[in-house]
Design a protein around this ligand. Sequence first.
Ligand code: BTN
Length: 267
Amino acid sequence: MIVDAYTRDRVAEELDAGLIGRSLHWHATLPSTNEEAMRLAAVGAAEGTVVIAEEQTAGRGRRGRGWTSPAGGVWLSVVLRPALPVGGLPLIGLAAAVAAARAIQSAAGLRAKVKWPNDVLVGGAKVAGILTEAGPAAAWTVLGIGLNANVPAALLPHATPYPVTSLLEQAGGPIDRGHLTVALLRELDHAYAVLRGNGRERVLAWWRECSDTLGRPVRVETMSRVVEGLAVDVDGDGALLLRTPRGIERIVAGDVTLSGAGRGARP
Ligand code: BTN
């Protein structure tokens, strides 16, 4: 087997794309694949267009944060034009987290879990993050996925409020990024098809199955407040439901940590 021959031709050939990946834009380096995919979406790029960069110099994370993206990772964005009600858009992120967890399992043989809303964990530490950004009037959405594949521990970000890892670190050796990317795009294609075909409940059931959040006491930091409670479920729009002393609280966006957990604790 060729280990980590990460090239456009290899991915395109092995993918035999459905909707996602039928147009593949490959760059050695970009500031951000999300930025480039948003530019392409705004000038009419077809749904399913994928932008991949071998490294990003200004990778974007959730809630205005940066995303460390050295060579060795899988950094990609997909142009979507979902005919979903606006309230359903967060489900794309949840579906993508499940797709990433499944791809990690099949391509790297590692058990991955999802942390609400759409972080992917291996060994209790974050290995992948997802950032969705919508265009004007939700005419398009860009789905960005960052996966710390063959990133050495020394190049992972350290000043994070949660533990971070890479597949290289977890597997004890390099994984084949071409194979991982193909698995990820295929899983995404499947999950997105199910979501568009009124399969919202199926996607939520998949998410619940690989959740690392449900059933645990958590602390959620939103833009305006901090809420602590027991994570009991996600609702039909992917919002997190917390049981608190005041009753059930519904959280639509925020960062989750275990209640009382400090730096280095397992999320
Ligand atoms: C998070 O904060 O967890 C989301 C991180 C998303 C990173 C990916 S890497 C590919 C795409 N391009 C970006 O600039 N960000 C996303």
